[in-house]
Design a protein around this ligand. Sequence first.
Ligand code: XMP
Length: 326
Amino acid sequence: EWTAANVVESLVADVKETIGDKRVLCALSGGVDSSVAAALVQRAVGDQLTCVFVDHGLLRSGEAEQVEKEFVEATGVDLVVVDAREQFLSALAGVSDPEEKRKIIGREFIRVFEQAARDIVGSGEREGHPVEFLVQGTLYPDVVESGGGTGTANIKSHHNVGGLPDDLQFKLVEPLRLLFKDEVRQVGLELGVPEVIVWRQPFPGPGLGIRIVGEVTADRLDILRAADEIARHELSAAGLDRDIWQCPVVLLADVRSVGVQGDGRTYGHPVVLRPVSSEDAMTADWTRVPYEVLAKISTRITNEVREVNRVVLDVTSKPPGTIEWE
Ligand code: XMP
């Protein structure tokens, strides 16, 4: 019988057997899959697991804290946080091209993770056996997609930890590889992973870096985070979380338009709301969010985020539009 408790029990037993008394690393992203995979491995082998969270500064408001505090408290994982915000910003300086941004973010991520892994592997603090394993939150659809050889075009390069150098070769542990997303969520709840993480909507690895159309800067990230937080808050308050697959908020950083506020003229940036409904992100339709909710989001963003003076709605399905703007 499929119950989350049974699945956890049998996966924990498998992981224990695979890892034995070796040590294991996991790169936590803050997303559902890596969080649940880490929680499961922690349940199986405790402190033989060390998680690495690379704070690249491209997360949304509150997400780093969710990993650093709530997740750690709920699961007891041994976590190393690397503050790489400056490094990512410098690497992204002057870059506007979307694919270039993805490459840079992927490359920097691997650099930072490698360094953290070396420190952990070589440190006396985490005594014991050498690190031999790396946890990945691969799900069944990922397995099918990469092994199935259906030849679907890779329209955007998705970044994953991979291609590590020779002195950092790990065996992969992929405890979720036979599960679908909804099953992973059940397993996560069973393991006590915080609900905000378990029910988190999909969020791209390159994060807000690909939701700023134009160059990524610290100021622009702050503007986008503020607008995104309002949109997320109001969509949740309206009870729409489960109806919406995800709702990117996009900052058109190189566009300005004239507005008026009080008795003054403004010359600010637009943000785009991109609420979509989807089953698997391969195709999507724009979500018919009620007008009152859109009005509330628009009023709040333009009142509370000084640099934004227009809120526009993306009413394009996928195809022809992709979900993200970059
Ligand atoms: P698109 O924009 O291609 O997005 O319609 C489909 C789904 O994939 C997510 N996405 C990414 N995820 N790295 C990721 O890990 C990426 O570079 C990336 N680009 C898009 C997107 O949020 C949506 O869920």
